[in-house]
Ligand binder design. Structure first.
Ligand code: GLY
Length: 408
Protein backbone atom coordinates (compact mmCIF):
# COMPACT_ATOMS: atom_id res chain seq x y z
CA UNK A 1 0.00 0.00 0.00
CA UNK A 2 1.28 3.46 -0.85
CA UNK A 3 2.39 5.34 2.23
CA UNK A 4 0.18 8.26 3.29
CA UNK A 5 3.22 10.57 3.23
CA UNK A 6 5.36 9.49 0.32
CA UNK A 7 8.12 12.01 0.89
CA UNK A 8 8.75 10.50 4.31
CA UNK A 9 9.12 6.97 2.82
CA UNK A 10 12.11 7.09 0.52
CA UNK A 11 12.41 3.31 0.90
CA UNK A 12 9.69 2.76 -1.73
CA UNK A 13 10.93 -0.25 -3.74
CA UNK A 14 10.65 1.61 -7.05
CA UNK A 15 11.95 5.02 -6.04
CA UNK A 16 14.99 5.96 -8.05
CA UNK A 17 15.79 2.38 -9.10
CA UNK A 18 14.77 2.83 -12.71
CA UNK A 19 12.79 -0.43 -12.54
CA UNK A 20 9.43 1.12 -11.89
CA UNK A 21 7.60 3.91 -10.12
CA UNK A 22 5.32 4.68 -7.24
CA UNK A 23 2.49 5.31 -9.69
CA UNK A 24 1.88 4.14 -13.24
CA UNK A 25 -0.90 5.95 -15.09
CA UNK A 26 -2.34 3.95 -17.98
CA UNK A 27 -3.56 6.53 -20.50
CA UNK A 28 -2.11 9.96 -21.31
CA UNK A 29 -5.26 11.89 -22.18
CA UNK A 30 -6.09 14.95 -20.09
CA UNK A 31 -7.42 12.84 -17.20
CA UNK A 32 -4.32 10.62 -17.07
CA UNK A 33 -2.03 13.63 -17.45
CA UNK A 34 -3.62 15.68 -14.70
CA UNK A 35 -3.49 12.65 -12.41
CA UNK A 36 0.20 12.14 -13.19
CA UNK A 37 1.01 15.82 -12.74
CA UNK A 38 -0.73 16.07 -9.37
CA UNK A 39 0.79 12.76 -8.19
CA UNK A 40 4.30 13.93 -9.13
CA UNK A 41 3.70 17.22 -7.32
CA UNK A 42 2.97 15.19 -4.19
CA UNK A 43 6.38 13.57 -4.39
CA UNK A 44 5.34 10.28 -5.99
CA UNK A 45 7.60 8.97 -8.76
CA UNK A 46 5.15 8.73 -11.63
CA UNK A 47 5.08 7.23 -15.12
CA UNK A 48 2.50 7.42 -17.91
CA UNK A 49 1.99 4.73 -20.58
CA UNK A 50 0.46 6.05 -23.79
CA UNK A 51 1.61 5.92 -27.43
CA UNK A 52 0.59 9.58 -27.95
CA UNK A 53 0.35 11.54 -24.69
CA UNK A 54 -1.98 14.49 -25.00
CA UNK A 55 -4.19 12.69 -27.53
CA UNK A 56 -7.52 10.97 -26.90
CA UNK A 57 -10.96 12.54 -26.71
CA UNK A 58 -9.48 15.98 -25.84
CA UNK A 59 -8.25 16.27 -29.44
CA UNK A 60 -11.87 16.33 -30.52
CA UNK A 61 -13.70 17.99 -27.61
CA UNK A 62 -14.97 21.56 -27.86
CA UNK A 63 -13.90 22.33 -24.28
CA UNK A 64 -17.13 23.76 -22.86
CA UNK A 65 -17.08 23.99 -19.08
CA UNK A 66 -20.84 23.65 -18.92
CA UNK A 67 -21.76 22.63 -15.38
CA UNK A 68 -24.91 24.78 -15.41
CA UNK A 69 -26.13 24.54 -19.01
CA UNK A 70 -25.58 20.75 -19.16
CA UNK A 71 -27.44 20.10 -15.89
CA UNK A 72 -29.84 17.14 -16.04
CA UNK A 73 -32.64 16.02 -13.73
CA UNK A 74 -31.43 13.57 -11.11
CA UNK A 75 -27.77 14.56 -11.34
CA UNK A 76 -27.47 16.64 -8.16
CA UNK A 77 -24.48 14.73 -6.82
CA UNK A 78 -22.65 14.98 -10.12
CA UNK A 79 -23.50 18.69 -10.18
CA UNK A 80 -21.61 19.14 -6.89
CA UNK A 81 -18.51 17.59 -8.44
CA UNK A 82 -18.92 19.57 -11.68
CA UNK A 83 -19.30 22.86 -9.79
CA UNK A 84 -16.34 22.08 -7.56
CA UNK A 85 -14.23 21.54 -10.67
CA UNK A 86 -15.57 24.68 -12.40
CA UNK A 87 -14.67 26.71 -9.31
CA UNK A 88 -11.13 25.33 -9.38
CA UNK A 89 -10.58 26.24 -13.02
CA UNK A 90 -9.18 29.81 -12.72
CA UNK A 91 -6.49 28.80 -10.18
CA UNK A 92 -5.83 25.52 -11.98
CA UNK A 93 -5.27 27.32 -15.29
CA UNK A 94 -3.00 29.94 -13.70
CA UNK A 95 -0.87 27.23 -12.08
CA UNK A 96 -0.78 25.05 -15.19
CA UNK A 97 0.05 27.89 -17.58
CA UNK A 98 2.98 28.79 -15.38
CA UNK A 99 4.13 25.18 -14.97
CA UNK A 100 3.72 24.45 -18.68
CA UNK A 101 4.89 27.89 -19.92
CA UNK A 102 2.01 28.05 -22.39
CA UNK A 103 -1.53 29.29 -22.63
CA UNK A 104 -4.52 26.98 -22.49
CA UNK A 105 -7.12 29.11 -24.25
CA UNK A 106 -9.21 29.39 -21.08
CA UNK A 107 -11.88 31.99 -21.74
CA UNK A 108 -14.30 33.21 -19.04
CA UNK A 109 -16.83 34.31 -21.62
CA UNK A 110 -20.05 32.57 -20.51
CA UNK A 111 -22.72 30.66 -22.43
CA UNK A 112 -26.10 31.40 -23.99
CA UNK A 113 -28.54 28.48 -24.35
CA UNK A 114 -31.34 29.39 -26.76
CA UNK A 115 -34.68 28.04 -27.94
CA UNK A 116 -35.81 28.03 -31.58
CA UNK A 117 -39.45 27.01 -31.19
CA UNK A 118 -42.13 26.72 -28.54
CA UNK A 119 -41.16 23.14 -27.58
CA UNK A 120 -37.53 24.18 -27.14
CA UNK A 121 -38.64 27.13 -25.09
CA UNK A 122 -40.70 24.91 -22.77
CA UNK A 123 -37.69 22.60 -22.34
CA UNK A 124 -35.40 25.53 -21.61
CA UNK A 125 -37.91 26.91 -19.07
CA UNK A 126 -37.76 23.55 -17.28
CA UNK A 127 -33.98 23.65 -17.27
CA UNK A 128 -34.15 27.18 -15.86
CA UNK A 129 -36.44 26.00 -13.03
CA UNK A 130 -34.05 23.15 -12.26
CA UNK A 131 -31.10 25.51 -12.25
CA UNK A 132 -32.85 27.91 -9.88
CA UNK A 133 -33.92 25.07 -7.55
CA UNK A 134 -30.26 24.01 -7.54
CA UNK A 135 -29.14 27.52 -6.58
CA UNK A 136 -27.35 28.15 -9.89
CA UNK A 137 -26.93 31.54 -11.56
CA UNK A 138 -28.89 31.69 -14.82
CA UNK A 139 -30.99 34.47 -16.32
CA UNK A 140 -33.97 34.13 -18.68
CA UNK A 141 -33.77 36.40 -21.77
CA UNK A 142 -36.27 37.16 -24.50
CA UNK A 143 -35.32 36.42 -28.11
CA UNK A 144 -34.61 40.11 -28.65
CA UNK A 145 -32.32 40.21 -25.62
CA UNK A 146 -30.49 37.11 -26.89
CA UNK A 147 -29.89 38.76 -30.25
CA UNK A 148 -28.73 41.95 -28.60
CA UNK A 149 -26.02 39.90 -26.91
CA UNK A 150 -25.23 37.83 -30.02
CA UNK A 151 -26.34 39.64 -33.20
CA UNK A 152 -25.44 36.64 -35.42
CA UNK A 153 -28.27 34.57 -33.88
CA UNK A 154 -31.19 33.69 -36.15
CA UNK A 155 -34.14 36.10 -36.01
CA UNK A 156 -36.37 33.16 -35.01
CA UNK A 157 -34.71 32.59 -31.61
CA UNK A 158 -37.57 32.58 -29.07
CA UNK A 159 -35.67 33.09 -25.84
CA UNK A 160 -32.71 31.80 -23.96
CA UNK A 161 -30.73 31.37 -20.78
CA UNK A 162 -27.74 33.54 -20.08
CA UNK A 163 -25.25 31.62 -17.95
CA UNK A 164 -22.25 33.79 -17.23
CA UNK A 165 -20.45 31.08 -15.23
CA UNK A 166 -20.14 28.40 -17.95
CA UNK A 167 -16.81 29.07 -19.65
CA UNK A 168 -14.52 27.29 -22.12
CA UNK A 169 -10.95 26.11 -22.63
CA UNK A 170 -9.08 24.78 -25.67
CA UNK A 171 -8.64 21.08 -24.82
CA UNK A 172 -5.70 20.63 -27.23
CA UNK A 173 -3.78 23.42 -25.59
CA UNK A 174 -4.82 22.13 -22.18
CA UNK A 175 -3.38 18.72 -23.08
CA UNK A 176 -0.15 20.23 -24.43
CA UNK A 177 0.34 22.29 -21.26
CA UNK A 178 -0.28 19.19 -19.13
CA UNK A 179 2.35 17.19 -21.06
CA UNK A 180 4.95 19.93 -20.45
CA UNK A 181 3.95 20.34 -16.81
CA UNK A 182 4.26 16.58 -16.31
CA UNK A 183 7.69 16.47 -17.94
CA UNK A 184 8.89 19.33 -15.76
CA UNK A 185 7.52 17.63 -12.66
CA UNK A 186 9.57 14.53 -13.49
CA UNK A 187 6.83 12.30 -14.93
CA UNK A 188 8.34 9.60 -17.18
CA UNK A 189 6.49 8.93 -20.45
CA UNK A 190 6.50 5.43 -21.96
CA UNK A 191 5.27 5.92 -25.51
CA UNK A 192 3.45 2.61 -25.97
CA UNK A 193 0.02 1.34 -25.03
CA UNK A 194 -0.46 -0.77 -21.93
CA UNK A 195 -1.69 -4.21 -22.88
CA UNK A 196 -2.02 -6.07 -19.61
CA UNK A 197 -2.27 -5.19 -15.95
CA UNK A 198 0.31 -7.02 -13.84
CA UNK A 199 -1.18 -8.52 -10.71
CA UNK A 200 1.18 -9.93 -8.11
CA UNK A 201 -0.12 -11.56 -4.94
CA UNK A 202 -3.61 -10.11 -5.46
CA UNK A 203 -2.33 -6.60 -5.96
CA UNK A 204 -1.87 -4.40 -9.03
CA UNK A 205 1.87 -4.20 -9.62
CA UNK A 206 2.35 -2.43 -12.96
CA UNK A 207 1.63 -3.22 -16.58
CA UNK A 208 3.01 -4.99 -19.63
CA UNK A 209 3.26 -2.71 -22.65
CA UNK A 210 2.38 -3.63 -26.23
CA UNK A 211 6.10 -3.52 -27.10
CA UNK A 212 6.84 -6.13 -24.42
CA UNK A 213 8.30 -3.83 -21.78
CA UNK A 214 7.26 -4.59 -18.24
CA UNK A 215 6.70 -1.64 -15.93
CA UNK A 216 6.49 -2.11 -12.18
CA UNK A 217 4.55 0.26 -9.95
CA UNK A 218 3.24 0.37 -6.41
CA UNK A 219 -0.06 1.74 -7.67
CA UNK A 220 -1.69 1.80 -11.08
CA UNK A 221 -4.28 4.34 -12.27
CA UNK A 222 -6.40 3.18 -15.18
CA UNK A 223 -7.25 6.40 -17.06
CA UNK A 224 -7.64 5.18 -20.61
CA UNK A 225 -10.95 6.88 -21.44
CA UNK A 226 -13.33 4.74 -23.47
CA UNK A 227 -10.61 2.03 -23.70
CA UNK A 228 -10.47 1.60 -19.92
CA UNK A 229 -12.59 -1.54 -19.97
CA UNK A 230 -10.23 -3.27 -22.40
CA UNK A 231 -7.00 -3.58 -20.42
CA UNK A 232 -6.24 -7.28 -20.15
CA UNK A 233 -5.58 -8.72 -16.72
CA UNK A 234 -8.12 -6.59 -14.87
CA UNK A 235 -10.32 -9.00 -12.91
CA UNK A 236 -13.74 -9.26 -14.55
CA UNK A 237 -15.71 -8.01 -11.56
CA UNK A 238 -13.80 -4.73 -11.37
CA UNK A 239 -13.47 -4.06 -15.07
CA UNK A 240 -14.77 -0.49 -15.53
CA UNK A 241 -18.18 -0.48 -17.25
CA UNK A 242 -17.30 2.25 -19.73
CA UNK A 243 -18.44 2.29 -23.33
CA UNK A 244 -17.53 4.53 -26.28
CA UNK A 245 -20.07 7.22 -27.18
CA UNK A 246 -19.12 8.74 -30.50
CA UNK A 247 -19.13 12.49 -31.02
CA UNK A 248 -18.53 14.14 -34.38
CA UNK A 249 -17.24 17.70 -34.23
CA UNK A 250 -16.51 20.37 -36.85
CA UNK A 251 -14.02 23.20 -36.79
CA UNK A 252 -14.58 26.35 -38.81
CA UNK A 253 -12.44 29.47 -39.03
CA UNK A 254 -13.79 32.95 -38.52
CA UNK A 255 -11.85 35.36 -40.77
CA UNK A 256 -10.60 38.47 -38.98
CA UNK A 257 -12.99 40.68 -40.97
CA UNK A 258 -15.97 38.78 -39.46
CA UNK A 259 -15.01 39.19 -35.80
CA UNK A 260 -16.58 39.27 -33.35
CA UNK A 261 -18.74 36.53 -34.85
CA UNK A 262 -19.88 35.15 -31.50
CA UNK A 263 -18.62 36.37 -28.15
CA UNK A 264 -19.62 33.36 -26.02
CA UNK A 265 -20.59 29.71 -26.42
CA UNK A 266 -24.05 29.36 -27.92
CA UNK A 267 -26.07 26.16 -27.67
CA UNK A 268 -29.52 24.78 -28.32
CA UNK A 269 -31.49 21.59 -28.61
CA UNK A 270 -32.64 21.31 -32.23
CA UNK A 271 -35.08 18.46 -33.07
CA UNK A 272 -33.92 16.69 -29.91
CA UNK A 273 -30.19 16.92 -30.68
CA UNK A 274 -27.75 19.12 -28.81
CA UNK A 275 -25.77 21.52 -30.91
CA UNK A 276 -23.24 24.03 -29.66
CA UNK A 277 -20.93 26.62 -31.16
CA UNK A 278 -17.80 27.51 -29.23
CA UNK A 279 -15.85 30.55 -30.47
CA UNK A 280 -12.18 30.73 -29.59
CA UNK A 281 -10.08 33.86 -29.35
CA UNK A 282 -7.83 32.60 -32.17
CA UNK A 283 -10.75 32.58 -34.64
CA UNK A 284 -11.56 28.88 -34.41
CA UNK A 285 -15.27 28.08 -34.15
CA UNK A 286 -16.03 24.58 -32.89
CA UNK A 287 -19.42 23.04 -33.70
CA UNK A 288 -20.45 19.91 -31.86
CA UNK A 289 -21.51 17.30 -31.33
CA UNK A 290 -23.30 14.17 -32.35
CA UNK A 291 -23.91 11.51 -29.71
CA UNK A 292 -23.88 8.03 -31.21
CA UNK A 293 -23.66 4.50 -29.81
CA UNK A 294 -21.60 3.05 -32.66
CA UNK A 295 -19.01 1.00 -30.80
CA UNK A 296 -15.43 1.88 -31.73
CA UNK A 297 -16.29 3.52 -35.05
CA UNK A 298 -14.75 7.00 -35.44
CA UNK A 299 -15.74 7.62 -39.05
CA UNK A 300 -16.82 11.14 -39.87
CA UNK A 301 -20.05 10.63 -41.79
CA UNK A 302 -21.81 12.81 -44.32
CA UNK A 303 -24.94 12.48 -42.18
CA UNK A 304 -23.15 13.65 -39.03
CA UNK A 305 -21.61 16.66 -40.75
CA UNK A 306 -24.93 17.48 -42.43
CA UNK A 307 -26.90 17.37 -39.19
CA UNK A 308 -24.39 19.52 -37.31
CA UNK A 309 -24.27 22.12 -40.08
CA UNK A 310 -28.05 22.07 -40.53
CA UNK A 311 -28.71 22.59 -36.80
CA UNK A 312 -25.92 25.15 -36.34
CA UNK A 313 -27.20 27.01 -39.40
CA UNK A 314 -30.69 27.26 -37.88
CA UNK A 315 -29.09 28.87 -34.86
CA UNK A 316 -26.49 31.07 -36.58
CA UNK A 317 -27.21 31.32 -40.34
CA UNK A 318 -23.93 33.16 -41.01
CA UNK A 319 -21.83 30.01 -40.48
CA UNK A 320 -22.31 29.09 -44.14
CA UNK A 321 -19.85 31.87 -45.03
CA UNK A 322 -17.03 30.38 -42.95
CA UNK A 323 -14.31 27.99 -44.13
CA UNK A 324 -14.79 24.47 -42.79
CA UNK A 325 -11.28 23.52 -41.63
CA UNK A 326 -11.59 20.21 -39.82
CA UNK A 327 -13.99 17.34 -39.18
CA UNK A 328 -13.21 14.77 -36.53
CA UNK A 329 -14.91 12.13 -34.40
CA UNK A 330 -13.95 11.03 -30.91
CA UNK A 331 -15.19 8.63 -28.26
CA UNK A 332 -16.55 9.80 -24.93
CA UNK A 333 -16.11 7.31 -22.09
CA UNK A 334 -19.76 6.72 -21.12
CA UNK A 335 -20.61 5.05 -17.82
CA UNK A 336 -23.93 3.50 -16.74
CA UNK A 337 -24.88 6.57 -14.68
CA UNK A 338 -23.09 9.19 -16.81
CA UNK A 339 -20.75 9.92 -13.90
CA UNK A 340 -17.03 9.20 -13.55
CA UNK A 341 -15.38 6.33 -11.71
CA UNK A 342 -12.74 7.74 -9.37
CA UNK A 343 -10.30 6.23 -6.92
CA UNK A 344 -9.47 2.84 -5.40
CA UNK A 345 -11.02 -0.36 -6.71
CA UNK A 346 -11.54 -3.66 -4.94
CA UNK A 347 -8.13 -4.77 -6.27
CA UNK A 348 -5.48 -3.25 -3.97
CA UNK A 349 -3.18 -0.90 -5.82
CA UNK A 350 -5.58 -0.32 -8.73
CA UNK A 351 -7.38 3.02 -9.08
CA UNK A 352 -9.71 4.26 -11.76
CA UNK A 353 -10.01 7.73 -13.30
CA UNK A 354 -12.41 7.16 -16.15
CA UNK A 355 -16.06 7.30 -17.26
CA UNK A 356 -16.16 11.11 -17.41
CA UNK A 357 -18.56 10.93 -20.38
CA UNK A 358 -19.59 14.49 -21.41
CA UNK A 359 -17.62 16.17 -18.61
CA UNK A 360 -13.99 15.16 -19.08
CA UNK A 361 -12.63 18.63 -19.72
CA UNK A 362 -14.75 20.21 -17.00
CA UNK A 363 -13.74 17.55 -14.45
CA UNK A 364 -10.01 17.66 -15.16
CA UNK A 365 -8.96 19.88 -12.20
CA UNK A 366 -11.01 18.06 -9.57
CA UNK A 367 -10.01 14.64 -10.91
CA UNK A 368 -6.32 15.48 -10.51
CA UNK A 369 -6.89 16.63 -6.95
CA UNK A 370 -8.99 13.70 -5.77
CA UNK A 371 -6.79 11.07 -7.43
CA UNK A 372 -3.65 12.61 -5.90
CA UNK A 373 -5.38 12.45 -2.53
CA UNK A 374 -6.40 8.81 -3.04
CA UNK A 375 -2.88 7.87 -4.19
CA UNK A 376 -1.22 9.46 -1.17
CA UNK A 377 -3.73 8.63 1.58
CA UNK A 378 -5.65 5.65 0.21
CA UNK A 379 -8.91 7.60 0.74
CA UNK A 380 -11.12 9.59 -1.59
CA UNK A 381 -12.10 13.08 -0.40
CA UNK A 382 -15.76 13.30 0.68
CA UNK A 383 -16.72 15.17 -2.50
CA UNK A 384 -15.64 12.25 -4.68
CA UNK A 385 -16.95 9.34 -2.60
CA UNK A 386 -20.21 8.96 -4.55
CA UNK A 387 -18.05 8.25 -7.58
CA UNK A 388 -16.19 5.29 -6.15
CA UNK A 389 -15.84 2.49 -8.73
CA UNK A 390 -17.14 0.16 -6.03
CA UNK A 391 -20.70 1.36 -6.76
CA UNK A 392 -20.63 -0.96 -9.78
CA UNK A 393 -19.00 -4.01 -8.25
CA UNK A 394 -21.28 -5.19 -5.43
CA UNK A 395 -24.34 -5.91 -7.59
CA UNK A 396 -24.78 -6.35 -11.34
CA UNK A 397 -23.80 -3.35 -13.41
CA UNK A 398 -27.15 -1.82 -14.03
CA UNK A 399 -28.79 1.35 -12.88
CA UNK A 400 -30.26 -0.28 -9.77
CA UNK A 401 -26.74 -0.22 -8.31
CA UNK A 402 -26.44 3.53 -8.66
CA UNK A 403 -27.42 6.00 -5.93
CA UNK A 404 -30.79 7.45 -6.94
CA UNK A 405 -29.48 10.98 -7.27
CA UNK A 406 -27.01 9.89 -9.91
CA UNK A 407 -29.49 8.43 -12.34
CA UNK A 408 -30.92 10.46 -15.20
N1 GLY B 1 -19.90 18.08 -23.27
C1 GLY B 1 -20.09 18.16 -24.63
C2 GLY B 1 -20.17 16.87 -25.33
O1 GLY B 1 -19.88 15.84 -24.74
O2 GLY B 1 -20.54 16.85 -26.48
Amino acid sequence: MQSPHPSSHPQSPHRGTGSGSDVLVVGGGIIGLVTAWRAAQRGLSTAVADPRPGGGAARVAAGMLAAVTELHHGEQVLLRLNMASAERYPDFVAELEEAGSQETGYRASGTLAVALDTDDRAELRELHDLQRRSGLASEWLTGRECRRLEPMLAPGVRGGLRVDGDHQIDPRRLAAALVTACERAGVVFHRASAQRLSVVRDRAAGAVLADGRVLGADQVVLAAGSLSGRLEGVPHEIRPPVRPVKGQVLRLTVPRAYTPFLTRSVRAVVRGSHVYLVPRENGELVIGATSEEQGWDTTVTAGGVYELLRDAHELVPGITELPLTETLAGLRPGSPDNAPLLGPTALPGLHLATGHYRNGVLLTPVTGDVLAEALTTGELPELARPFTPRRFTSVPQDLTSVPRELTV
